[in-house]
Design a protein. Sequence first.
Length: 132
Amino acid sequence: MYQATLANVEQVCSTAARVLDEYLVQKKDRFAVELLLRESLNNAVVHGCNLDSHLFFSCRMMISNREITIEVSDDGTGFDWHSKPEIPPDHLGESGRGLTIYAIYAHSISYNETGNCVTLTRTFNYQGDKND
């Protein structure tokens, strides 16, 4: 569990990057995983916890040779993911792209019933070449 601060989002992302360095993941998948991780963590802190450092978020990342799964939860009240808007985000806006990013870069997206936990999975073909 981490206090809901953007500094802790950076800490988790840096730790995850070091873990990903140990795996030979293709560049396109590495970019997608890092983007999904950062977006889900930012959503937890900014939207879920409303930047309240008295609240907490957690993150788990499971890696296999076929997929990476990210699970992020927060102490917030959640959101009604059943009725999530299908309206594209404002391209000039500063926020509102999270669900679109999930849809583009994750191969599987699920939420808990409350809407304060998201699980994102990115499936990939293990090639053994970090530069692909």
